[in-house]
Design a protein around this ligand. Structure first.
Ligand code: DX5
Ligand code: ZN
Length: 208
């Protein structure tokens, strides 16, 4: 059983409410937030999340690619985030970010970029609800999956059995079986779902 989380980054931003209808049967919606510092790109912020929150009951899985996420945790929670994921490589202390996320009432996740070893997630990983293994360099959709990152999924599931492990980047019909074989619980899929002729069918095929 694997959950599918379409990534809004690949949607047509000029018609977000229609795009959300297309993926209404997804398990959750993955929302990429970029600050132009942690990654060399900017994406959407709390105002957009708040607007789309009114259009859907889907769980919002908010991925913060931010150098300093701590001051913004409650803002994203109030905007409608259900799961808030920060990067282990950010400047804020992980324990403090996790505490802020939990205090906000959201579930807490950490993401790990390709160059970072899983050992960077310390004992504090036991407090996480979710761990995201980046299988592309964060910052852009539509990249090819670095399949050599998948052993991290297996290792993290073994080490932190309480957390769901998510794979983010380059998931498509060819790579999804590899992610599932590695033990992934959640597959983020931007391009493959939003650019599919039939997004519902694509999600069903990714999940099989
Ligand atoms: C990359 C983002 C991903 C991205 C995935 O920085 O974290 O969530 O949207 O897009 P695809 O599925 O197109 O690789
Ligand atoms: Zn993401």
């Amino acid at each position: 059983m694997v959950y599918i989380a379409p990534s809004l980054l690949a949607a047509d931003f000029s018609r977000l409410s229609e795009e959300i209808v297309k993926i209404r049967r997804a398990d959750m919606l993955h929302v990429d937030v970029m600050d132009g510092h942690f990654v060399p790109n900017l994406s959407i912020g709390p105002a957009v999340i708040e607007s789309i929150r009114k259009k859907t009951k889907l769980l919002f899985d908010v991925h913060l690619m931010m150098e300093e996420p701590l001051p913004y945790i409650s803002v994203f929670r109030q905007a409608g985030a259900d799961i808030i994921t920060f990067h282990v490589e950010c400047k804020d202390p992980p324990q403090a970010v996790i505490a802020a996320i939990k205090a906000s009432g959201a579930k807490a996740g950490v993401a790990i970029s390709p160059k970072t070893p899983v050992s960077e997630i310390g004992q504090w990983g036991e407090d996480l609800d979710q761990i995201t293994v980046m299988t592309v360099e964060p910052g852009f959709g539509g990249q090819s999956m670095m399949v050599d990152m998948l052993p991290k999924v297996y290792k993290l599931r073994a080490r932190f059995p309480q957390a769901l492990v998510e794979v983010d980047g380059g998931v498509n019909l060819d790579t999804a079986p590899l992610c599932k074989a590695a033990g992934a619980n959640i597959l983020v899929a931007g391009t493959s779902v939003f650019r599919a002729e039939d997004p519902y069918l694509e999600m069903r095929c990714l999940a099989i």
